[in-house]
Design a protein around this ligand. Structure first.
Ligand code: 6PG
Length: 491
């Protein structure tokens, strides 16, 4: 291929996300090389099918030989890897290294673990290459028409990859691309991980709103779809609320509502779980998202739940509700809990930024999530505004705007949770968020007793209210214990 015909970017991995990203790049005027491995009997003819199918007549060059693929790309090469997270990324990198030139850029657009990306950035740079670990959110539709793209890693790569990545990113209502440089190392994948955790939380909250309307108000699918459609015109305007309305109206070929035929056992590919594990490693509460992850796990224990339901049948008083007022309370619970979930998620991002010295720009991250991604929603503008304020809030819920919002939502929120408990209807995320809020806003908590217990049985020491912070004491609680005290540390 003569140099002037070299392509602008290469993409490896023509699964759902990969082929749609390649088509998106081409539609924005880029000349694209694509490659997919051939595994006899497992993966064959993938490139040919794509080139002769969806890519026919487009400015996309297909390769089944990885060396020819690499040589087809103009220097400094930009190669986007869209392969399964984990070992496949490492194996592909080792295959590419001998074929690359100094300054070439590898971009990992999969849902990779940020610690793997930390390692890969160092490895690539040690060999004279650059590495970008980028979250890509928005599923198939986002990949084709505009995703939220969260790149991080070798900052020297940003000026080279920025034009292409911003061209294929979604655009917010103000026209700005939902793609900006996140930070060093694995920060881009860390942000995507928190995005996915928040996604889990949003999905659980919406599911609980649906479940309350269905079981306590006895609304039918069309009536619930109307409620979600109405909410989507206001402060809850978001992709997940919008698709929920569509899902509730959707009928299958047999003419029945598909939602009523879908088994209530949720799957999970792991990014939500990772967000909880990493929040715990950072010592940060991410209770709502943890609840959402565990609810997916509990939902998957269908047989056990069926057995338990026979032993503990739920009793319902089912009072006659004022449906309009009750729906307002469900809105309050949904919106307030969503605020709590995002506040928890952004607090973890801030802690990670401080811990790893990433200098994350939380306002920029909120802006990146306004379009293209699964959690795209109108209120991310308010979050960005809160983080851009001259006096940054200690906590998102303490930002003036969100303080006002929460104060109006509390009455409906707590009434809804109380009513659901009286009716023995599980609302784990609504209640987790409410209890987090009450703990967060309590100057005093019963942790003094926890400290006393720890010191009683393990001599783990405690601080005193009548002494300066940082001084630790041990009490000889039983009179015959020793004065030796355990070392003081917190994980
Ligand atoms: C996105 C989604 C996506 C996610 C899949 C599976 O941002 O486009 O978050 O990356 O991995 O939808 O998610 P779960 O199986 O974990 O629900």
């Amino acid at each position: 291929m003569a140099n002037q015909n070299k392509t602008d970017i290469g993409l490896i991995g023509l699964a759902v996300m990969g082929e749609n990203l390649a088509l998106n790049m081409e539609s924005k005027g880029w000349h694209v090389s694509v490659y997919n491995r051939t595994v006899p009997g497992v993966e064959e003819g993938v490139v040919e099918r794509f080139i002769n199918g969806r890519a026919k007549g487009k400015n996309i060059e297909g390769f089944t030989d990885i060396k020819a693929f690499v040589e087809s790309i103009a220097l400094p090469r930009k190669i986007m890897m869209m392969v399964r997270a984990g070992k496949p990324v490492d194996e592909l990198m080792e295959q590419l290294f001998p074929l690359l030139s100094p300054g070439d850029i590898l971009i990992d657009g999969g849902n990779s673990n940020y610690e793997d990306t930390n390692r890969r950035v160092k490895l690539a740079e040690s060999k004279g290459f650059l590495f970008v670990g980028s979250g890509v959110s928005g599923g198939e539709e986002g990949a084709l028409n505009g995703a939220s793209i969260m790149p991080g890693g070798s900052e020297k790569a940003w000026q080279e990859v920025k034009p292409i990545l911003q061209s294929i990113a979604a655009k917010a209502l103000d026209g700005s691309p939902c793609c900006e440089w996140v930070g060093p190392a694995g920060s881009g994948h860390f942000v995507k991980m928190i995005h996915n955790g928040i996604e889990y939380g949003d999905m659980q909250l919406i599911a609980e709103a649906y479940w309350v309307m269905k079981n306590l108000l006895d609304l039918n699918n069309e009536e619930m779809a109307d409620v979600f459609e109405y909410w989507n015109e206001g402060k809850l305007r978001s992709y997940l609320i919008e698709i929920t309305s569509n899902i509730l109206r959707h009928k299958d070929k047999a003419g029945g509502y598909l939602i009523d035929k879908i088994l209530d056992t949720a799957g999970q590919k792991g990014t939500g779980k990772w967000s909880v594990i990493n929040a715990m490693e950072l010592g940060m509460p991410l209770g709502l998202i943890a609840t959402a992850v565990f609810e997916r796990s509990l939902s998957a224990q269908k047989d056990l739940r069926h057995l338990a339901s026979k032993q503990f049948p739920h009793s319902h008083i089912m009072p006659v509700y004022n449906k309009v007022e009750f729906v307002k309370e469900i809105f309050s619970a949904l919106y307030a809990s969503k605020l709590v979930s995002y506040a928890q998620g952004f607090a973890v991002l801030q802690r990670a930024s401080d811990t790893f010295d990433w200098q994350l720009n939380l306002a920029s991250i909120a802006r990146m999530w306004r379009g293209g991604c699964i959690i795209r929603s109108i209120f991310l503008n308010d979050i960005a505004a809160a983080f851009e304020a001259a006096n940054k809030p200690e906590h998102l819920l303490l930002a003036p705007y969100f303080q006002q919002e929460i104060k109006t939502l509390i009455p409906g929120w707590k009434n809804l949770v109380a009513e659901a408990m009286k009716e023995e209807l599980p609302v784990p995320a609504f209640s987790s968020a409410l209890n987090y809020f009450y703990s967060l806003t309590s100057a005093d908590l019963p942790a003094n007793l926890v400290q006393a217990q720890r010191d009683y049985f393990g001599a783990h020491t405690f601080e005193r209210k009548d002494e300066l912070r940082g001084q630790f004491f041990h009490e000889n609680w039983t009179g015959h214990g020793g004065d030796t005290k355990s070392g003081t540390y917190n994980v």
